[in-house]
Design a protein around this ligand. Structure first.
Ligand code: GYE
Length: 292
């Protein structure tokens, strides 16, 4: 199996890589692994090299949704099946991949939005009747950034006191989240809520909020997605208010799907990961057994 990973941008990604490498080893799969360092061109190059090496199956987590048509056509022409892992591509011809294993990112955004609608009153710390939300977006053009924003917007639309006043990418990294939050705080002193597309950017935002002399989780509420250990710890500590889980442990299912595809068995076009959500109390309970 040739696997073209996005990079090492977040705690989620690190756990995802470990899961894929460990499951390959456990299943006796000869894994060729590359890290694209967040660059689509590196990923395309890695896929091309897997085609040249005539691997049996290619799996990858696309950095962004568009621009993969040509290389996927090359894989198809070489009769190498492709499994999308974690993130989707936007291609016209869906026969260019056999299946897509990963989360429902729209649903994750919806869960975040629903929680805010239900808890909006508590978020309005300054009591001015409006909830001003700033959004830390994931990598521009990536499926989880597009879908989480869409799901969130569709739910907060139910409450016209909730408004997204600023939205910018922090590229799914802690440093990116910190920098964007610093600039948001400089230009706006009425921020009530941060909606961050992942834990890492939320953790960066916590640093920026504390540096500005404010208390994260109280003066400004924070909602994130992923539920990696560092995020869950911040949630248990009261610095994050709500986390929507996104499970990175896709390795076992990926190896299973690959084996089936190579055995000529039918596999579903879409395999959705099951996930939950965590409040501060639930995070305290879940933390001791958290695997990632
Ligand atoms: O949420 C984020 C990571 O594609 C689901 O990518 C993944 C996202 C995850 O960098 O932390």
């Amino acid at each position: 199996m040739g696997f073209a990973q996005v990079g090492a941008e977040s705690g989620w990604r690190t756990a995802n890589t470990k899961s894929i490498q460990e499951s390959a080893e456990a299943e006796g799969v000869d894994l060729k692994f590359t890290d694209a360092q967040g660059k689509q061109e590196n990923q395309i190059q890695a896929i091309r090299s897997y085609i040249q090496q005539k691997v049996d199956v290619i799996a990858f987590s696309p950095v962004v949704e568009t621009g993969f048509d040509a290389v996927l056509q090359e894989a198809k022409a070489a009769n190498i099946p492709v499994i999308l892992t974690d993130r989707a591509v936007d291609v016209e011809d869906t026969s260019l991949y056999v299946t897509f294993l990963g989360s429902d990112f729209v649903l994750e955004g919806e869960k975040a939005g629903e929680w805010l609608v239900e808890n909006a009153k508590d978020a309005d710390v300054d009591g001015d009747g409006t909830i001003n939300v700033v959004q830390l977006e994931g990598t521009t053009g990536a499926a989880p950034a597009i879908d989480r924003a869409e799901g969130f917007a569709s739910k907060i639309g139910a409450d016209d006191t909730i408004k997204v006043t600023a939205s910018q990418t922090g590229d799914f990294t802690r440093d990116g989240g910190k920098q964007v939050m610093e600039s948001f705080l400089q230009s706006d002193d009425s921020i009530d809520v941060v909606f961050s597309h992942n834990d890492d950017m939320g953790l960066g935002a916590i640093e920026a909020i504390e540096a500005a002399g404010l208390e994260p989780g109280k003066d400004i509420q924070i909602i994130t997605i992923d539920a990696v250990k560092d995020g869950m710890q911040a949630l248990a500590d009261g610095k994050i208010n709500f986390i929507v889980e996104c499970n990175p442990l896709l390795g076992p299912q990926l190896m299973d799907l690959a084996a089936k595809v190579l055995d000529g068995e039918e596999v579903p076009e879409r395999v959705v990961t099951e996930e939950t959500t965590f409040t501060q109390e639930q995070a305290k309970e879940a933390l001791p057994d958290r695997q990632y």
